[in-house]
Design a protein around this ligand. Structure first.
Ligand code: PLP
Length: 522
């Protein structure tokens, strides 16, 4: 951040755009905020504790701090303002519709938040004796029971920490099952429209990844799959509904083909929110599937992932599921670990995480499920699909919908950049949408569509909210088609203008240095 001569932060990009810079760098409610290190100092503190111990006290065995540790100290009001100002520079689902496709940003009911904050759930520690957390373990078992019932599968591993972690869990179980029968298959087939985590996971487990093309209707090309299957194929990883927002109607045929060739079927269940209450993946021949709790059961997104990606397993894969897991034993809930697993669980591929699961997400997800009930969940998926189709049909006269002609979509609507004026791109459109007060939709994904825009409105938006969003998007699309060059400089009204995204990805500055001299000294 640059400072003016009074030592206040300035906004150089605002100055460059025309208006005279202000004394503070602020513009009305667009407030600048320096880093904590720039506003704090080593002398200030927000708490009133007495000094830890008198000089000479050696209770720390010589480990007493003897120089400042370089952390910024702030008073409580400074701290509150710092974080409140930062939070106002962010877009959030609590501010408006968040159309990110594939990421499912939907309202987190406050009832679920309240449940998660009950001290009995929020304040427990993973090292507590099992006898003192019986209620929490019961909650995990009850949530698992719902997940197994809704998916029609046989068992569930609750410990994976995210969707991608769930993929890893599923593939490790598949590998263990194949190894148990002495079958060293080496290839995992992944449709070309798959989420990037699918091939990454397969490669991480040391499988060779091969791509299966999509057909003209955006679905897996069944003939291409049939001709590639063979004794070297360990598994197929397939997303259903897929990342084009389309249901794979040949799923049973796909599973049968894979099983007949001796392989196993992994389903990326991230999009379960489109079919919950209507389709049970267990009926489609799936062997393992992860569920992103944040997408289907409305736990908040954060920190790069939902923090819980339970995996449901078929009967055949259940013995290979990870430890630990929670089991009801009589009137007691027990954590089954390696040492008490017994022969029954002797084939488990092992442990993935230090502790069992993510209580904050589990309590929210179960509260969501119980507050909706089975009928309510069925309506959730119906409304999600209805909203996406409304967006699709209301925009297809101005935007190209590559698979629009092949029927309704599922929970997300996919568009391409066809028809944009020369020189204007999906990125420019997305930046223009920021000036309309919306977070952009997912861009350039899936890769099978040129300049892709994937819009997932979710079931929690009203028709009025959808109409407003559609109106804003239409207006930016019309500018992109008319060749409005000003879009190339958008956004104009955000706390920051265009960032150098390549530099941000290639040379991220993640550490604050007091001064160039301090940096040089390190
Ligand atoms: C289709 C699909 N698969 C996998 C993932 C990975 O999930 P996570 O971000 O929880 O690791 C996502 C994320 O949204 C997804 O949309």
């Amino acid at each position: 951040m640059t400072m003016n001569k009074e030592g206040r932060p300035t906004r150089p990009e605002v100055a460059a755009a025309g208006p005279a810079p202000t004394f503070t760098g602020n513009r009305a409610l667009m407030l600048e905020e320096p880093l904590l290190f720039e506003i704090g100092d080593g002398e200030t503190t927000g708490v009133d504790f007495d000094p830890a111990s008198p000089a000479g006290d050696d209770r720390l065995g010589g480990l007493r701090r003897n120089r400042p540790i370089g952390l910024a100290g702030l008073s409580e009001p400074q701290t509150v303002r710092h974080y409140t100002r930062l939070s106002r520079q962010n877009y959030a689902i609590d501010l408006g519709l968040f159309p990110l496709g594939s990421c499912t940003m939907k309202h987190n009911p406050r009832l679920c938040e309240r449940m998660a904050r009950l001290p009995g759930f929020a304040d427990i520690h993973p090292m507590q004796p099992v006898d003192t957390v019986q209620g929490a373990l019961e909650l995990i078992v009850e949530l698992g029971r719902w997940l197994v019932t809704l998916t029609g599968m046989h068992s569930v591993a609750m410990s994976p920490k995210a969707g991608a972690h769930g993929e890893l869990c599923g593939l490790l179980a598949i590998r263990a099952a194949l190894e148990a029968r002495g079958d060293a298959r080496q290839v995992v087939l992944v449709p070309e429209s798959a989420h990037g985590t699918n091939p990454a996971t397969a490669a991480f487990v040391r499988y060779r990844v091969e791509s299966i093309p999509a057909n003209a209707r955006g679905r897996v090309d069944l003939e291409a799959l049939r001709s590639r299957l063979g004794p070297d194929v360990a598994a197929v990883m397939i997303t259903n509904p897929n990342t084009c927002g389309l249901f794979e109607p040949d799923m049973v045929a796909i599973s049968d083909l894979v099983h007949a060739a001796g392989g196993l079927v992994y389903c990326d269940g991230a999009n379960f929110n489109a079919i919950v209450g209507r389709v049970r993946p267990g009926d489609l021949g799936i062997d393992a599937m992860h569920i992103n709790l944040h997408k289907t059961f409305s736990t908040p997104h954060g920190g790069g992932g939902p923090g819980a990606g339970p995996v449901v397993f078929s009967e055949a894969l259940t013995p290979f599921a990870p430890l630990p897991f929670v089991e009801r034993q009589g009137d007691h809930y027990a954590l089954v670990e390696e040492e008490n697993a017994g022969e029954h669980h002797g084939s488990s591929f092992g442990r993935m995480v230090a502790f069992h699961g993510q209580m904050g997400m589990f309590s929210r997800a179960l509260a969501y499920i119980l507050s909706h009930g089975a009928d309510g969940l069925r309506q959730v998926s119906g409304d999600a699909v209805l909203n996406a189709n409304y967006v699709l049909r209301r925009l297809e006269d101005v935007l190209d919908a590559p698979f629009g002609a092949s029927g309704p979509c599922m929970h997300e609507a996919l568009f391409s950049d066809k028809g944009f004026a020369e020189g204007l791109s999906t990125l420019d459109l997305a930046k223009g949408l920021i000036d309309e007060g919306y977070h952009p939709m997912t861009m350039y994904f899936p890769l099978v569509v040129h300049g892709a825009m994937l819009v997932e409105p979710t079931e929690t938006e009203s028709k009025a909210a959808l109409d407003e969003f559609i109106g804003a998007l239409r207006s930016v699309v019309e500018r992109a088609k008319a060749g409005d060059e000003s879009l190339k400089a958008a956004p104009f009204h955000a706390p920051r203008r265009r960032l150098d995204e390549t530099q941000a990805a290639r040379k991220p500055v993640l550490v604050w240095k007091e001064s160039p001299a301090a940096e040089a000294a390190e």
